[in-house]
Design a binder for this molecule. Structure first.
Ligand code: HEM
Length: 353
């Protein structure tokens, strides 16, 4: 980390993880669970010969399907959609590749933000207003880049393939009315076990931002998000916890009363609101709209070329992969983000960019 400030508990792991992100970015190599394991020294995922995590109890992770599920076709070529392929795929053809790769590009766009988190924390400890403001400005730019990367979903993923085919494989056996008791893992234990499906709620990114910016989630959505941390590689979960233990950024900003710092903080929160709002639009296109169409088709008992959509299990219609009531959950989380904004004075009002 730049500058010197005495180490506090948790700071060691934090700086090591951030350093791993930094090196990965420099090497044009994405964040991977493996790199974090080696660098942070915490127990990490086990891998089989294909480089994928073998989850102990049978749970699946967003990290399995995204962070550790890619390779470059031409190892010397660029890290972009054309030069990336999946190690392990699901039914759904090109849309599957598109879905996981776009998610990977969103993760990659977040690297500068993650690299700047220790700078913010260190700056708060040292009372370095300018360093904190600069780091927050870089974080907000990175959030904008994440939103831009998320927009690629529309080019690469077909909503009826996502809704009618892929979603079945992404759904889990917790809060799933088709499997109310969960799944028996024969040879492991006789009682059924319940696990949520794969979801980008299991990515550590937004959890890190929430902890840094002091975004508090309402009880039900907060419980769901906290549960999702159990599906992350241990080093990622540890990083979120380390960030949560640091002195309050918002408290520091209010104390400093610096116009530049206030604006940098506000911009960060606003960019996160923009990201979450855009994500809601994506979910509407890939879940809400096809679900309504599927209901309509079933009502009409009509076989049509849209049949793929109507084959999706009705149990998944109203619920997210983690079994949440999707839209109300996502809007609550987005609105709690908005509530973290500092009260705007005439001076701190921002022009929407
Ligand atoms: C077709 C694309 C996508 C769909 C249909 C989708 C759907 C969903 C759904 C239904 C949820 C609710 C929780 C759950 O049931 O698991 C959710 C949560 C979430 N998704 Fe996505 N998602 C998509 C892409 C992405 C991408 C690329 C990211 C970025 C890494 C992302 C980040 C999140 C986050 C962070 C949450 C937790 C809520 C929050 O913190 O705002 N999603 N998503």
């Amino acid at each position: 980390m730049d500058g010197y400030c005495p180490a506090r508990p948790g700071a060691g792991a934090l700086s090591q993880v951030a350093a791993a992100y930094k090196r990965n970015a420099a090497a044009e190599h994405p964040v991977s669970a493996e790199t974090l394991r080696v660098t942070s020294g915490t127990p990490g995922p086990q891998r089989d010969d294909h480089g994928l995590r073998l989850a102990g109890g049978g749970e699946r992770h967003s990290g399995d399907a995204v962070l550790a599920n890619w390779k470059k076709k031409d190892p010397d070529g660029p890290f972009d959609m054309e030069n990336l392929e999946l190690l392990v795929s699901l039914p759904g053809g090109d849309s599957v590749r598109g879905f996981f790769m776009v998610t990977l590009l969103v993760e990659l766009a977040a690297v500068p933000a993650l690299r700047n988190i220790p700078t913010v924390i260190n700056g708060v400890r040292c009372g370095d207003t300018e360093a904190v403001a600069t780091a927050l400005e870089e974080i907000s730019q990175s959030m904008q880049d994440m939103t831009d990367a998320l927009k690629l979903m529309h080019d690469y993923v077909d909503p009826s393939v996502f809704y009618g085919i892929m979603r079945i494989y992404l759904s889990g056996w917790k809060d799933n009315t088709s499997m109310p008791k969960g799944l028996v893992y024969e040879g492991v234990q006789e009682e059924p076990m319940e696990y949520s499906g794969g979801s980008a709620a299991q990515s550590s990114l937004l959890h890190c931002f929430d902890e840094l910016l002091g975004i508090k989630h309402e009880e039900t959505s907060g419980e769901f998000l906290t549960r999702m941390r159990n599906y992350m590689p241990p080093a990622h979960k540890q990083l979120i916890q380390d960030i949560s233990l640091q002195p309050s950024l918002k408290g520091f900003i209010q104390q400093q009363a610096s116009e530049r710092l206030n604006q940098a903080f506000q911009r960060c929160v606003k960019k996160l609101v923009v990201l979450r709002s855009y994500h809601i639009k994506v979910v509407s296109r890939y879940i809400t709209v096809p679900a309504a169409r599927a209901r309509q088709l079933r009502k009409q008992y009509r076989e049509s070329e849209q049949e793929m959509i109507s084959r999706a299990p009705t149990a998944l219609e109203e619920r997210g992969t983690g079994g949440s009531g999707i839209m109300s959950f996502l809007k609550t989380v987005r609105n709690q983000t908005k509530d973290t904004l500092l009260p705007e004075t005439g001076k701190t009002k921002l022009h929407h960019s």
